[in-house]
Design a protein around this ligand. Structure first.
Ligand code: ADP
Ligand code: MG
Length: 564
């Protein structure tokens, strides 16, 4: 193929513009992104080579090399990974296949720190090269293709890119950045090494740079032709716990999560027994913006004996723990395990169960801790992820009890942080049920006339205002032997909480009002199922309730809003 010019997909143009303009103050992240792509490419080769070892050709040692030419002002990131065919180069470097691009663009806010992390999350990392380069040339040969079917992709990062067929003996990819004049700082071994150790230390492949020595005659550092490894290149999770510092765990989290905040908590264990694996799992501090997208990417990466297998292996974590980040490295799974196989594997099931327990354990130790700091951490966690955790009550039967202890609510006693155990401890003498009310907002819940009698008697009522709460209630029927009862349903039976006197009075009133009730029933025919005298109101004259077992008024409203 002779040289051809192609236009970028419209979204790419927008992304390029945004990325280069909004990330300038964080420009060094381009190297993190390009090294991460190089490493991904090596991972992909290793994976494909499981079934096709010939893809290694004569270069089985996967590695990344970073070098520059100070005169030509070029910086090259070279890998001997999977490479790209011409079609792949056009598809991957000219279009954005991933969903969520629009979200991404909407979120670029001018908050540099945040934006720099978004770039990795949204899979547009390659384009960050244009922050420092006014032209990028990519030369690549896909593993398995003949030497004369390599490709050169080149672009100034504006409207279009060029593609041509070239010859290239080595498998893999060179990404050559033609640095802008003002970016000469990246033509420095020292500077590049610092960036690599900041962002890419955990990459488990060697990253090589040319050694420098002191040239006495020239009185300066000169670059030699000898290569040296500049990253640690040891998978952090494979090291023993006692050898890893807290700072290293935190750095690793930043590298895998693209989160600018440190994690809330983490756990690192080697599990032995029927199923052998290592887990390094983190709970983030802040919810990602795509938390509600149940098929979002990210999460837990699967490795088998240090070989990267896949990102976002959802079979490893239940959906309600989709905010957990980290790595699971199995010693038992076959290296060529597919997503389908993962779903069925008994080893994976054991891993998922074990990891779920670990995460719940981490949360419990914060929630039940005596330290005020931990408790505050749990409260923060709950604000960010509580609504997601509630999904677990319906989805994870085996852990329902543990999950129900982790739930926190608002109540008529406190605006937040009330656990079911707190509630039970405060129950009135003779109280059997846990009373709850659902509403759209805390204010609406608090002002509900249905609470009047409970207020008067000083009985606590949980105020449920999350969208998932109706759903939660349909799965959580009891806690430690106490039924959860909605105060907006049926004829609230206060049972032993109501004294004989009150009961008698209510009966008398009901008798006296019979004719009125009959007339009301007639007037509301077809609109109200029943009209009755109630003891639940203190100040308000009337309220609407639904029948026990019927959909609550709140749920009915939600469904109506959703157009059902
Ligand atoms: P992401 O890495 O999240 O997919 P990027 O914008 O960083 O997004 O890269 C886009 C795509 O370009 C990659 O998914 C990959 O297919 C391709 N690519 C980029 N760099 C390389 C490389 N060094 N070797 C092979 N493919 C690459
Ligand atoms: Mg990338």
């Amino acid at each position: 193929m002779s040289k051809q010019t192609h236009a970028f997909q419209a979204e790419v143009k927008q992304i390029l513009h945004l990325v280069t303009h909004s990330l300038y103050s964080n420009k060094e992240i381009f190297l993190r992104e390009l090294v991460s792509n190089a490493s991904d490419a090596c991972d992909k080769l290793r994976y494909e080579a499981l079934d096709h070892p010939e893809l290694y050709e004569d270069a089985p040692n996967l590695e990344v090399r970073v070098f520059f030419d100070a005169e030509a002002k070029t910086l090259t990131i070279r890998d001997n990974g999977i490479g790209m065919s011409a079609e792949e180069a056009a598809a991957h470097l000219g279009t954005i296949a991933k969903s969520g691009t629009r979200d991404f663009m909407a979120k670029l806010s001018g908050d540099q720190k945040k934006d720099a992390n978004l770039i990795g999350q949204f899979g547009v990392g390659f384009y960050s090269g244009f922050i420092v380069a006014d032209r990028i040339t990519v030369e690549s040969r896909r593993a398995g293709l003949p030497a004369d079917q390599a490709v050169r992709w080149s672009s100034e990062g504006t409207g279009e890119y060029e593609l041509e067929t070239i010859a290239r003996a080595e498998r893999g990819t060179d990404v050559i950045l033609h640095l802008r004049d003002e970016e000469a700082e990246f033509l420095s071994t020292w500077r590049l090494k610092a960036i690599i150790s900041k962002y890419s230390d955990h990459i488990s492949l060697p990253i090589l740079m040319k050694k420098e020595t002191w040239d006495a005659e020239a009185a300066k550092q000169v670059v030699t032709d000898e290569w040296e490894t500049v990253n640690k290149a040891a998978a952090l999770w494979a090291r023993s716990k006692s050898e890893v510092t807290d700072a290293e765990y935190q750095d690793f989290y930043k590298q895998i999560s693209y989160d600018s905040e440190p994690p809330l908590a983490y756990t690192h264990n080697r599990v032995e027994g029927r199923s052998e694996y290592t887990q390094l799992l983190y709970i983030p501090k802040k919810a990602p913006m795509d938390l509600w997208n149940r098929d979002k990417r990210g999460g837990v990466k699967l490795y088998v004996k240090r070989v990267f297998i896949m990102d976002d292996a959802e079979a490893l974590m239940p959906a309600y723990l989709r905010f957990v980040k980290g790595v699971i490295d199995s010693a038992d799974l076959p290296l060529n395990v597919s997503r389908e196989l993962l779903q069925e594997s008994r080893d994976v099931k054991a891993i998922r169960e074990g990891s779920t327990k670990r995460v719940l354990g981490m949360l419990e130790s914060l929630a039940d801790s005596d330290s005020a700091e931990d408790k505050a951490k749990y409260a923060d966690f709950w604000k960010e992820f509580g609504a997601v955790l509630k999904e677990g009550v319906g989805e994870d039967f085996a852990n329902r009890e543990r999950l129900s202890k982790l739930l926190r609510f608002a109540s008529t006693h406190a605006d937040e942080g009330v656990s079911l155990a707190d509630y039970v401890a405060r129950m009135k003498e003779g109280q059997e049920a846990i009373y709850v009310i659902t509403a759209d907002s805390l204010a609406a819940a608090k002002n509900s006339p249905q609470l009047e009698i409970f207020r008067k008697k000083g009985i606590e009522v949980l105020l449920l205002t999350d969208r998932v709460d109706e759903w939660l209630l349909s799965h959580l029927h009891e806690f430690e032997g106490h039924m959860l009862q909605s105060v907006a349903k049926g004829a609230v039976d206060l049972g032993k909480l109501q004294d004989e006197e009150e009961k008698k009075k209510a009966e008398e009133v009901a008798e006296a009002f019979k004719p009125v009730l009959e007339r009301l029933k007639e007037a509301l025919k077809g609109r109200a199922k029943d009209v009755r005298v109630t003891t639940r109101l203190v100040d308000s004259p009337a309220c609407v309730v639904v029948d026990e077992g019927d959909m609550s008024a709140h749920l009915a409203r939600l469904l109506k809003q959703a157009g059902q």
